[in-house]
Design a protein around this ligand. Structure first.
Ligand code: SF4
Length: 479
């Protein structure tokens, strides 16, 4: 196998995707697609662009259905009934970046390769995917989509000389970046997590079935018991729904994404054994210790900052009230493909509880400020709805750098904190006060694991210099 790791310019980095994946393997052939449906439903917050489920049947056939939309829009009784009973099923919800909103990029990706049909569900960003794609095209391969998952599928097929497991194992040696991967092939389900553990994946069990999910809330949705997190660099093969084989494809170097705890994950999930709820509550408590503000009420921006808002209220003694009502049927504002879509979705997504805030001095807790679009609109909405003062406290540091590993933050120029300090940001968003928690205190609140903190301090597990050409701007270096 030739070395496929090559220098690539920043603008060619992979089609980043922050997604949710779910897979299940059983000794018995049954309606697993329905369990996957419930699992995906609970992971909907990780991606609203498309949803899909693939099942294996008749030894080496794969049945699948996927489409653009929410899980509840894509799957109805008739679509679930199209998918045969099976021993192995996987599913995917996708959030894709600008330009890739196309059903062809929906997952699972199903391909026909050296070991027959296989289906792949990928959460992450393979930073060298485009270069691998170009190299494989030169060698005669063809691709249908711009998805990193198809590149991974092609690479597995190319490597799979002995077995599909060995193909996945060898392919992982060539993949750089952040990924959690589920592969279905015949009666095998294979789960892989990148060597830094940047993307989360947890393993559980129910009635002897083995289940994998991006977050533990996915296991809860099907009433499965959590066994453990998939470890960094670990590849777990489930054979015939019962036999588990674990291998390490690289030396693990644990650096999970701290932004999962800040914003991405659901508050009722555990990631690498850390309670998201406790981490967020602790951040609120820390904010209350650090920033004592003379105010009447405190509130959190729904959903991710509600817990931190309650933490602030518990320590400060200032009453917690609901200041903002969220329309739960609109996708997450931050994860929409274009700026105009982001702005219009803020307007329909949040409304103020006028009776709760009229004439009040309000402390508003948010989990993070990325582009600043939402914060500015929320503050102006709260003032227009009668709030006398709006003091914003943020349960994470200033986001100063892009994410190269699948979290859609845009470029440094697009980040409100890319080149601005706290006071400059405060003036733009129109808050009476603006304060952020320090990175050290955030890490403490998140149980002190050795996290990736690249978007806050430029300290990425893979140095971007490795992927940038000499003349490219190194905007990850702190100013
Ligand atoms: S750069 Fe930020 S968002 Fe990206 S993986 Fe690291 S901590 Fe997570």
């Amino acid at each position: 196998m030739k070395d496929l790791s090559i220098i690539i310019p920043e603008n060619e980095w992979g089609r980043s995707e922050e997604c949710g994946i779910f897979g299940i393997a059983s000794q018995d052939s049954k309606e697993l697609a329905r369990d996957v449906y419930f699992g995906l439903f609970s992971l909907q917050h990780r991606g609203q662009e498309s949803a899909g489920i693939a099942v294996s049947y008749n030894t080496n056939k794969v049945g699948y259905y996927k489409n653009l939309g929410l899980v509840s829009e894509v799957f109805h009784e008739e679509e679930l009934k199209l998918l045969p009973n099976t021993n192995v099923a996987i599913g995917h919800v996708r959030y894709g970046f600008k330009g890739s909103s196309n059903v062809i990029n929906a997952q699972p990706i199903v391909v026909y390769g050296r070991y027959g049909r296989l289906a792949i569900a990928l959460n992450g960003s393979i930073v060298n995917a485009d270069r691998i794609r170009k190299k494989m095209i030169e060698e005669g391969h063809t691709f249908q989509s711009s998805s990193d998952a198809e590149v991974v599928a092609a690479l597995i097929s190319k490597c799979a000389t002995e077995s599909v497991e060995q193909g996945i194992f060898d392919a992982c040696q060539h993949l750089e970046g952040a990924f959690a991967l589920l592969v279905l092939c015949g009666d095998k389900l294979i789960a892989v997590r990148d060597k830094y553990g940047l993307k989360p994946m947890v393993m559980g069990t129910k009635g002897g079935d083995i289940i994998f999910a991006s977050e533990s809330c996915g296991l809860d949705a099907v009433e499965a018991e959590t066994l453990r997190d998939v470890e960094p660099a670990e590849m777990i093969t489930v054979l015939k729904g019962r036999e588990l084989v674990s291998r390490k494809f690289a030396v693990p170097n644990m650096r999970p994404c701290i932004f999962e705890l800040v914003y991405l994950a659901r508050s009722d999930s555990f990631l690498d054994n850390v309670s998201v709820y406790e981490a967020r509550h602790k951040c609120g408590e820390i904010l209350a210790d650090l920033f004592k503000i003379d105010a009447d009420i405190v509130s959190g921006v729904p959903d991710s900052a509600i817990v931190s808002g309650r933490g602030y209220a518990a320590v400060s003694g200032i009453p917690y009230v609901d200041a903002l009502s969220k329309n739960r049927y609109v996708g997450r504002t931050f994860i929409q493909p274009t700026q105009s879509q982001r702005e219009s979705s803020v307007k329909i997504k949040l409304n103020a509880f006028r009776a709760n805030i009229r004439g009040k001095r309000l402390i508003l807790i948010d989990d993070s400020i990325v582009r600043g679009t939402t914060s500015k609109k929320i503050i102006s909405l709260l003032r227009a709805s009668g709030a006398k003062e709006v003091h914003m406290l943020v349960a994470s540091p200033i986001v100063k750098h892009p994410c190269y590993f699948g979290v859609d933050m845009g470029t440094k120029e697009g980040l409100i904190g890319g080149y601005r300090n706290e006071e400059q940001i405060r003036q733009i968003i129109g808050a009476d006060t603006l304060k952020f928690i320090s990175l050290e205190l955030l890490k403490d609140a998140c149980a002190g694991l050795n996290y990736c903190t690249g978007c806050f301090d430029g300290n990425y597990p893979i140095c971007p210099k490795k992927f940038l050409n000499e003349n490219d701007r190194l905007d990850f270096i702190d100013d």
